[in-house]
Design a protein around this ligand. Sequence first.
Ligand SMILES: C[S@@+](CC[C@H](N)C(=O)[O-])C[C@H]1O[C@@H](n2cnc3c(N)ncnc32)[C@H](O)[C@@H]1O
Length: 266
Amino acid sequence: MATRPFPPLLRLRSSLLPSTPLLALLSLSSLRCRTTKRRLASLHFLPSPPRTVRSLATVTAPPVVVAEDDKYGRKQVISVTPQLYGYILSNVREPPILRELREETATMPGSQMQGYSSLAIALVLPESGRLVACERDVKCLEIAKKYYERAGVSHKVDIKHGLAVESLRSLIQNGESCSFDFAFVDAEKRMYSEYFELLLQLVRIGGLIVIDNVLWHGKVADPQVNDSKTISLRNFNRKILEDKRISTSMVPIGDGMTICQKRADI
Ligand SMILES: C[S@@+](CC[C@H](N)C(=O)[O-])C[C@H]1O[C@@H](n2cnc3c(N)ncnc32)[C@H](O)[C@@H]1O
């Protein structure tokens, strides 16, 4: 998950979702929603705090960096300091159940916020909406299930326990291609390209695929960093850039997020 906050509310208006339903696939991550009534989705994606928050909570680094190179026109870039992160947390409409999940998982080893994205989406789905959530880790699922139940949204969530690629392939084999409105990806970074190809089959024309962590803490831009995840993400970003089957925008919020819309002419 990203290590810096996104703007707290990503609002996808119906104009972005031209026809039918709304669905998603994410990692707790894969969701699908079918509704013929509401075509508006409001999704909260509030990721983990910056890694420095817990250890350097009182340090206040300047939040703005100004590029020195003239070719960038002294562009100012904001970075989320612990102080700014605290400010954001106190100025977003984060439902109490999501805050509880975030706080409970903040101190856990490994990935934090298990189920946060899927719970955020399930909370705003209409009763007729459905979410497919893919996760391989039982412990993560236990946390997520607990919160789905507490939030009263379990009936909207179809959990697929296993490798996300296998779950996505099963959905295709079950004839569910072109039936999803929205997919959110935040699982194994080296598999992003495979997830994307499968999701492109599963979402309808006009549907959205949102991919998290595409800037990978800035490592994708650092030629000195060449570990397998960074290389995969670099290759993935290049592939998306050149892919004519989608409209796409890479948004520098959180850890970098790419938003793709499936085009009609593929
Ligand atoms: C960064 S966390 C995602 C958190 C998610 N956005 C949320 O809010 O719940 C990454 C998750 O992906 C899961 N994961 C990683 N690789 C996977 C795979 N190949 N198949 C299914 N889940 C996977 C991990 O177990 C972990 O829970």
